[in-house]
Design a binder for this molecule. Structure first.
Ligand code: F6P
Length: 341
């Protein structure tokens, strides 16, 4: 059996741990051969590969990023893209493909499955917004980084009696803001699922100052005021049609300064949340996903994705991960709001 492996979309701590799990078990237990595809779907689309054997995966467990490279190439948007992939996979003698990615990458994997190709999916995103899995690897690392940042913001905010806003990633789902905000003791958390009322946010800030503490707000990049629009960097779209977000933190700081007369500053964590070494939780989850993905190849469970449910790794149909985005339920937000203000 010749198995192709690719990593697509935004990178994520733990990708290398998945690749290592797949290759180590695949060679040792099943005697498979592996082909690494470069830069997400660009690899199979253009036939760009790299060797993927035991030496290639040595020492990569704690390393961030992906040894295969990644991209947001969308073959569905390219005329004849899927047919080109099918031809290349056939020419390279690939019997099965393991696609490690988020909503977009797994959406393409679902299309390939519908064309009859043998695909197994592995869920990946720091945003934790894929359905059918309780957690995606990379999320715990992103939350840990954001929590450490909020801890640090507390002390400088206190020294200067300022409002400090921490803007984190999360395009449509506020999981990172919710968890990092709770763990870091933020005085307000703003997420895309619950449009915020500016007067209420100003109220939280004022009550925090009255208690002689400096307010910290944790804001998802996709958060938006009631009746307002998303704040974007510019109008450009990537090949999956996503705008570049970021700017809500700055906008909020300005509004709060204008209304309270207190100084406000914003820290945008951006790609720092995605870079560097994965936490132990993410290394274990990613490794288990890798081991189970190659077992799914062995069982010919085509069109499925490995997922975490409770403490078990299970198999679910690929489309279950991508049909509906897993957003923050309102009860989780209400729970966190006990500490607002
Ligand atoms: O999809 C994960 C994600 O981290 C989003 O939260 C964020 O909006 C996006 O990636 C940023 O992507 P890029 O690195 O392509 O700008």
């Amino acid at each position: 059996m010749r198995v192709g492996v690719l990593t697509g979309g935004g990178d994520c701590p733990g990708l290398n741990a998945v690749i290592r799990g797949v290759v180590r078990r695949g060679i040792a237990d099943y005697g498979y051969e592996f082909v690494g595809f470069r830069d997400g779907w660009r690899g199979p689309l253009e036939g760009v590969t790299m060797p993927l054997d035991i030496p290639a995966v040595r020492g990569i467990l704690p390393r961030g990023g992906t040894i295969l490279g990644s991209s947001r190439t969308n073959p569905i948007k390219i005329e004849g893209g899927i047919e080109r992939i099918e031809r290349n996979l056939e020419d390279l003698g690939i019997d099965a493909l393991i696609a490690i990615g988020g909503e977009d990458t797994l959406g393409v994997a679902t299309t390939l499955t519908e064309h009859g190709f043998h695909v197994i999916g592995v869920p990946k995103t720091i945003d934790n917004d894929l359905s059918a899995t309780d957690y995606t690897f990379g999320f715990d690392t992103a939350v840990t980084i954001a929590t450490e940042a909020i801890d640090r913001l507390h002390t400088t905010a206190e020294s200067h009696h300022r409002i400090l806003i921490c803007e984190v990633m999360g395009r449509h789902a506020g999981w990172i803001a919710l968890h990092a905000g709770m763990a870091g003791g933020a005085n307000g958390i703003l997420i895309p699922e619950v449009p915020f009322d500016l007067d209420e946010v100003v109220g939280w800030v004022e009550s925090r100052f009255k208690a002689s503490y400096a307010p910290i707000l944790c804001v998802s990049e996709g958060a938006l005021p009631k009746g307002g629009d998303l704040v974007t960097k510019d109008q450009s779209l990537d090949s999956f049609g996503h705008v570049k977000l970021s700017g809500i933190g700055e906008w909020l700081a300005q509004q709060i300064e204008d209304r309270t007369g207190n100084e406000a500053r914003t820290t945008v964590l951006g790609h720092i949340q995605r870079g560097g070494s994965p936490t132990a939780f993410d290394r274990v989850l990613a490794t288990r996903f890798g081991l189970n993905a190659i077992a799914a190849v062995k069982d010919e469970a085509w069109g499925t994705m490995v997922a975490l449910q409770g403490t078990d790794i299970v198999r679910v149909p690929l489309h279950e991960a991508t049909d509906v985005l897993k957003t923050v339920p309102i009860e989780r937000y209400v729970e966190a709001s006990a500490f607002f203000g």
